[in-house]
Design a protein. Structure first.
Length: 414
């Protein structure tokens, strides 16, 4: 059962248990399960704090959802009507991006640019205009920087828009980043800082000794750890060893997108959000048209209907995509939690942390997750309130978990 040194269950996301901020003389590394953008960013930041870190990744690091993502940093345009916790986290993480990228360039030798040219949410008929007017009013109520444009105003800002544009919301503070360049820079920075990256290595379970995480089991061996961080994206709920009652409830959400190749005539400069689609110019010559949101389990098969629909709606918004060559049709699996908000912080098990469930916002929330969780692991406290993203919103009581742990074998290695 749980040791008497643990804090009350409801506070476990923002307060550390006794001695959590020290390694107790252990020379074992912090082991991060999952090498997507969240695992890479966290591992790199822990290395900057002089911790030993091993990342264990089931495939190639950064080549799953992080690679297929569109790279939008868009808390202003993506906030929903009951998502103010996400909004505050997104705004804070966006504010941290310049520092994050400066540190990354120092450690990796690679410059990843922040594109801060803003976003247009556009309408093409009366129904569209009424819909985005509600979005505009909501953002005004929140005090966000937002402007209402007529159709001609929008086309003046972005001449690539369709002549049928009837109105738009202008969100000047939304940004984007090339997520592929970002992932590659994080891998380089992690390696240069001395991190150990074990790719193509499947973690089958987290090892527990009584109420404490002490390592992980792969298909081939046991790896000891001073801390374990579960950051395996949509596979986080598939890892064994942790009692079912406290496994993070994360599922895969299928997303298809089409990558086009710019030509010399294509001049789109801003992120465009139109009904059922977004169109994003990237600094590597790609144009992203996406993306679906499908509850299809772990299926990654591209399908004709959704692709046809995205291209049709994209062409209606930005007609000049019609003549662009198709670079790729790609499918990723977003990690969606039960409420589609991230799960970040300490778990009910000592020395086990969660950094998963970021859904559509892993790129945006990477700096906040990395900085806040690094502080929590190293110092035992964090200045950012992670309580809205705590595991306790899903799990009943600490007592229930303690009873389950008491029934397990002392070493959970099966």
């Amino acid at each position: 059962m749980f040791a008497s040194t643990t804090t009350p269950f409801d506070d476990v996301s923002t307060h550390a248990v006794t001695d959590k901020h020290s390694d107790n003389g252990s020379r074992d590394p912090i082991v991060i399960v999952g090498g997507g953008i969240i695992g890479l960013a966290l591992g790199w930041q822990l290395l900057r704090r002089r911790k030993r870190v091993t990342i264990v990744e089931r495939d190639r690091a950064g080549r799953a959802a992080s690679w297929i993502a569109a790279g939008m940093l868009a808390p202003h345009s993506e906030v929903g009507f009951e998502e103010e916790d996400f909004l505050q986290a997104g705004l804070q993480s966006l504010k941290q991006y310049p520092r994050f990228l400066d540190e990354l360039e120092q450690d990796s030798g690679r410059k990843v640019s922040l594109d801060s040219r803003g976003t247009l949410i556009v309408a093409f008929n009366r129904d569209d205009s009424e819909r985005i007017r509600r979005l505009y009013d909501f953002r005004q109520q929140l005090g966000l920087p937002v402007e209402w444009f007529t159709g001609s105003d929008a086309i003046d800002v972005e001449p690539s828009l369709s002549a049928k544009t009837t109105g738009a919301i202008w969100l000047p503070d939304d940004s984007q980043v090339n997520n592929r360049s970002l992932v590659d820079a994080l891998k380089e920075a992690f390696a240069r800082r001395g991190g150990v990256l074990r790719e193509n290595t499947n973690v089958t379970s987290i090892l527990l000794l009584e109420d404490r995480a002490i390592g992980v089991k792969t298909n081939d061996e046991l790896l000891s750890a001073s801390r374990v961080v579960l950051a395996a994206g949509c596979w986080s709920g598939q890892i064994g060893g942790v009692p079912t009652e406290i496994l993070p409830p994360v599922r895969p959400v299928k997303g298809q997108l089409v990558s086009l190749c710019m030509d010399s005539e294509f001049k789109l400069a801003h992120v465009i959000r139109a009904p059922d689609v977004y169109i994003i110019p990237k600094d590597d010559g790609r144009v992203i048209v996406g993306a679906t949101q499908e509850e299809m389990g772990f299926d990654t098969t591209p399908t004709a209907g959704p692709v046809m629909r995205m291209l049709e709606r994209g062409w209606e918004a930005v007609p000049s995509i019609y003549d662009l060559a198709i670079d790729a049709i790609e499918v990723g699996l977003r990690p969606g939690s039960r409420d589609n908000a991230p799960i970040i912080g300490a778990s009910p098990i000592e020395n086990l942390y969660y950094a998963t469930g970021h859904f559509r916002h892993g790129i945006l929330l990477a700096p906040l997750t990395a900085y806040a969780l690094t502080d929590l692991i190293v110092e035992g406290v964090t200045s950012y309130d992670l309580k809205p993203f705590a595991t306790s919103r899903f799990f009943a009581t600490k007592k229930t978990v303690g009873k389950r742990l008491a029934r397990q074998d002392q070493w959970n290695c099966s």
